[in-house]
Design a protein around this ligand. Structure first.
Ligand code: DGL
Length: 281
């Protein structure tokens, strides 16, 4: 069993582990900080491998498993897979491989979108791997009966956001290419099916001219983390803001610049590196 020898400290002071292919998971971390400020956080941005979206599922699964091991080795009491793509590729596998560990994963918020739409047309923006996964097929099947679901992979958008370009011409073009055809078909609700995309919600709203509701699942993910901690009596007792320690497998300097900007607070930041299939810091 993978978790053997990596016993996580499940105590109240143990950190919550959060990971993403890059800085996208910071949109989820923002919501976790708003709801659970007293929780210590370990964040891992796998910027050495970003984007995950076009990669084979098996490879994303392997990265996710090793990142989970990295977080557990540093005491994580719960792991938030703050990445729709990694959730699609690996969540099932992670739960089976680390049976004692609570995981919070992400799936495109098709259910609230289908409940909210008045036009009966919803749009989902997510990566190719997320759309290919069984998780996505299952939410559409279960929750979108009688609703038209339009999809777009927004090619290049993750890289634009990673580069800190939240409203330049290239970013706008990618979003216009995705949203104009959806608007022409009457979309009134758009789901952020990738954790990078909430950082461009102002631009999405501008392009849609206030005609759509944008759904960011981050607050619901934070509430689920809270529920799991409560159920295990593992919630931190502190109310004051606890520290965040963040690692990137990419270049440290740009990470140090962009994290405080996107998160609205700073963190202790370190480089981590892949040596073959092993992650270390
Ligand atoms: N932030 C990710 C997601 O939620 C992955 C983006 C990528 O690396 O392609 O899907």
């Amino acid at each position: 069993m993978i978790s053997e020898g990596l016993k996580a400290d499940s105590g109240q002071n143990a950190p919550i582990g959060v990971f993403d292919s890059g800085i996208g998971g910071l949109s989820v971390l923002r919501a976790i900080r708003a709801l659970l400020p007293g929780e210590r956080i370990l964040y891992l941005a796998d910027q050495g491998h970003v984007p995950y979206g076009p990669r084979p599922m098996a490879e994303i699964q392997q990265f996710s498993e090793e990142i989970t091991r990295f977080l557990l080795a540093r005491g994580a009491k719960l792991v938030v897979v703050a990445c729709n793509t990694a959730s699609a590729a690996a969540l099932h596998h992670l739960r089976a491989s680390f049976p004692g560990i609570p995981f919070v994963g992400m799936e495109p918020a098709v259910k609230p979108a289908a409940e909210h739409t008045k036009s009966g047309v919803v749009g989902v923006l997510a990566t190719p791997a997320t759309f290919q996964g069984a998780l996505y097929a299952s939410v559409v099947e279960r929750f979108a009966q009688g609703v038209t679901v339009l999809q777009d992979t927004c090619p290049g958008l993750v890289q634009q956001i990673e580069a800190g370009d939240l409203n330049g011409a290239g970013t706008r073009q990618i979003l216009e290419n995705a949203l104009h055809p959806m608007l022409a078909k009457g979309v009134d609700t758009v789901v952020m099916g990738c954790t990078h995309y909430p950082f461009v919600i102002p631009l999405i709203e501008e392009i849609c001219g206030g005609k759509v509701r944008v759904i960011d699942p981050a607050p619901a993910v934070a509430r689920q983390a809270q529920r799991l901690l409560d159920a295990r009596g593992a919630k931190a007792r502190e109310e004051a803001k606890a520290p965040i320690v963040a690692f990137t497998t990419g270049a440290l300097n740009p990470f140090q610049m962009i994290l405080p900007e996107l998160l609205g607070e700073t963190a202790e930041m370190w480089a981590a590196s892949w040596l073959g299939s092993v992650l270390s810091a």
